[in-house]
Design a protein around this ligand. Structure first.
Ligand code: THU
Length: 162
């Protein structure tokens, strides 16, 4: 038997001003989108902003529903909107953030498993890594080089019959 290790790198920024200008803009767009979330039930407002290869920034947020499972996370709302609006245009980066109105989030918000799977689909589709920038309301900002890093050994279309 052998043991294999799967590792990934997180680049930690202490301050938003340490980020690339382009990344600062993306985080600002995600933060603004979070304020527009429809989070009537959880009150946890999540915002996402995707930078597309054509330079456009697409934003979205979580949309909740009285029939709880019918709502959708910010990341999927944004990814589906981006793909629906600009089919065939790769995603370069996604910034994700959240607002907890009760206890301000002092660590980076991270995407749920279903959102990682959805983002992984677009990463595979275009064959290009999607960078991920995670932030809270304050504290560190984390940058990760790909969705693959966040979802190792992911299920993909290559497993399906032609
Ligand atoms: N939520 C997101 O929008 N993204 C995630 O990755 C995790 C959770 C939303 C779903 C729900 O509206 C609220 O946060 C509480 O779970």
């Amino acid at each position: 038997m052998e043991q294999r290790e799967i590792k990934f790198n997180v680049t930690v920024f202490k301050k938003e001003s340490e980020l690339l200008k382009e990344d600062q803009e993306l985080v600002a767009a995600a933060r603004e989108a979070a304020t527009r979330a429809y989070a009537k039930y959880s009150h946890f407002q999540v915002g996402a902003a995707i930078l597309l290869a054509n330079g456009k920034i697409i934003t979205g947020n979580n949309q909740e529903n009285s029939a709880y499972p019918s709502g959708l996370c910010a990341e999927r709302t944004t990814a589906f909107y981006a793909s629906a609006t600009f089919p065939g245009v790769p995603f370069k980066k996604i910034a994700i953030t959240a607002i907890n109105p009760v206890h301000p989030l002092d660590y980076p918000a991270t995407p749920c498993g279903a959102c990682r799977q959805v983002l992984s689909e677009y990463e595979h589709k275009y064959g290009k890594p999607i960078e991920v920038i995670l932030s809270g309301q304050k504290g560190e900002i984390w940058k990760i080089d790909s969705i693959e890093s966040l979802l190792p050994l992911s299920f993909g279309a290559e497993a399906l019959p032609e």
